[in-house]
Design a protein around this ligand. Structure first.
Ligand SMILES: NC(=O)c1ccc[n+]([C@@H]2O[C@H](COP(=O)([O-])OP(=O)(O)OC[C@H]3O[C@@H](n4cnc5c(N)ncnc54)[C@H](O)[C@@H]3O)[C@@H](O)[C@H]2O)c1
Length: 320
């Protein structure tokens, strides 16, 4: 991906900021569009050094502003990352996910059609599968009507995926949809690692962890995630859905121990032993990355390496 005009919605967020840096390094012109609700301008401070970078503070629900931007710049590609990535917040207020995830995505698709922009990359989630009966879960699980999202976040992502497909039909849009597992790395800003490090920054002697520590997840470094997206896009693949994940599953307990080993070896870890999952949380997620591997892609960091790199970033950020 080079010498393209690219709009990145949610460009000041965790994944967006890393994506922007990579796109600029490859010589693309990039506009980051973000309402800074969870994004942070500090994440993209380096991008402002590039002449071919522009930041627009705006909401994807502000159609007028999107219209003005699309009239001004003839984009080759939209990388649509803006979303409410806080599942619990969305469970408390589902309209948040419906508005940002569905109406916001419709706004993007609508202006793309109007201005003849033909390519979209969309960040979906492994959460669309819900508590899947098949593990590892492959992409066609949704096509077989089996996916039952358990959060309004995941429901809005699945709806947005389907909207994108419908725009592919009506407007000849080429899409790539990626269902991410857990992404970690530089500028990581939400999820278990930061919650634990935040708690430890207040007290290093003890750490309370909700649950029993058994829940397992795969973690991918954001650099590998971006590699996967660029690899598939550059291969010319279109109108495809890809799971993006590593193979290695780590339990909460393994994660917590990796953190305390680095931050506070003598820390007493106390599990609350709650057995009921958090509202909106999928009990077990394990997605197949075979389709992605079949394209010739291989990631560079296993889950434990991705987690360790992220812990190092957080230790520095929290000055632990
Ligand atoms: N981080 C993960 O592990 C993960 C996993 C699966 C999917 N995803 C998806 O990847 C995308 C990026 O996630 P992230 O982890 O970087 O989260 P993030 O919260 O850091 O990034 C989302 C960005 O979107 C912006 N935003 C939110 N609502 C907006 C609106 N209405 N208008 C304009 N901007 C808005 C936020 O300010 C933020 O900068 C999201 O779509 C998320 O659902 C992330």
């Amino acid at each position: 991906m080079e010498s393209k005009k690219i709009l990145v919605t949610g460009g000041a967020g965790f994944i967006g900021s890393n994506m922007i840096q990579r796109l600029l390094d490859l010589g693309n012109s990039v506009v980051a569009y973000d309402n800074l609700s969870s994004g942070n301008k500090a994440f993209i401070k380096n991008a402002f050094r590039y002449q071919n970078f522009r930041f627009v503070e705006g909401d994807i629900l502000n159609k007028q502003l999107l219209e003005e931007l699309f009239s001004d710049v003839k984009f080759d590609l939209v990388i649509h990352l803006a979303a409410n990535a806080d599942i619990v917040k969305g469970m408390k207020s589902p309209w948040l996910d419906i508005n940002i995830g569905i109406i916001g995505t419709l706004n993007i698709l609508d202006v793309m059609e109007k201005h003849g922009v033909k390519n979209i990359i969309f960040s979906s989630t492994s959460a669309v599968y819900g508590n899947a009966s098949e593990l590892p879960t492959s992409e066609d699980y949704t096509d077989r009507g089996k996916a039952l999202p358990v959060s309004s976040y995941a429901a809005s992502k699945l709806a947005a995926e389907n909207l994108i497909r419908s725009y592919s039909e009506r407007a000849g849009l080429g899409y790539l949809i990626y269902r991410f597992a857990n992404v970690v790395g530089n500028n990581y800003s939400h999820g278990i690692l930061i919650q634990m490090v935040d708690k430890l920054s207040k007290s290093k002697e003890s750490l309370e962890v909700i649950g029993r520590g058994m829940q397992k997840r795969a973690y991918m470094l954001v650099d590998d995630l971006i590699d996967a997206i660029l690899h598939t896009y550059d291969k010319g693949l279109r109108d495809e859905v890809f799971n993006v994940s590593t193979d290695e599953l780590l339990s909460v307990d393994q994660i917590v121990r990796r953190i305390t080993d680095k931050v506070s070896e003598n820390c007493v870890i106390r599990y609350t032993m709650d057995t009921s999952p958090l509202l909106g949380d999928v009990v077990e997620t394990y997605i197949s990355n075979q389709k992605l591997k079949n394209t010739g892609f291989s990631y560079k960091h296993e889950s434990h390496q991705a987690v360790d790199i992220t812990i190092d970033h957080l230790v520095e950020r929290f000055k632990l």
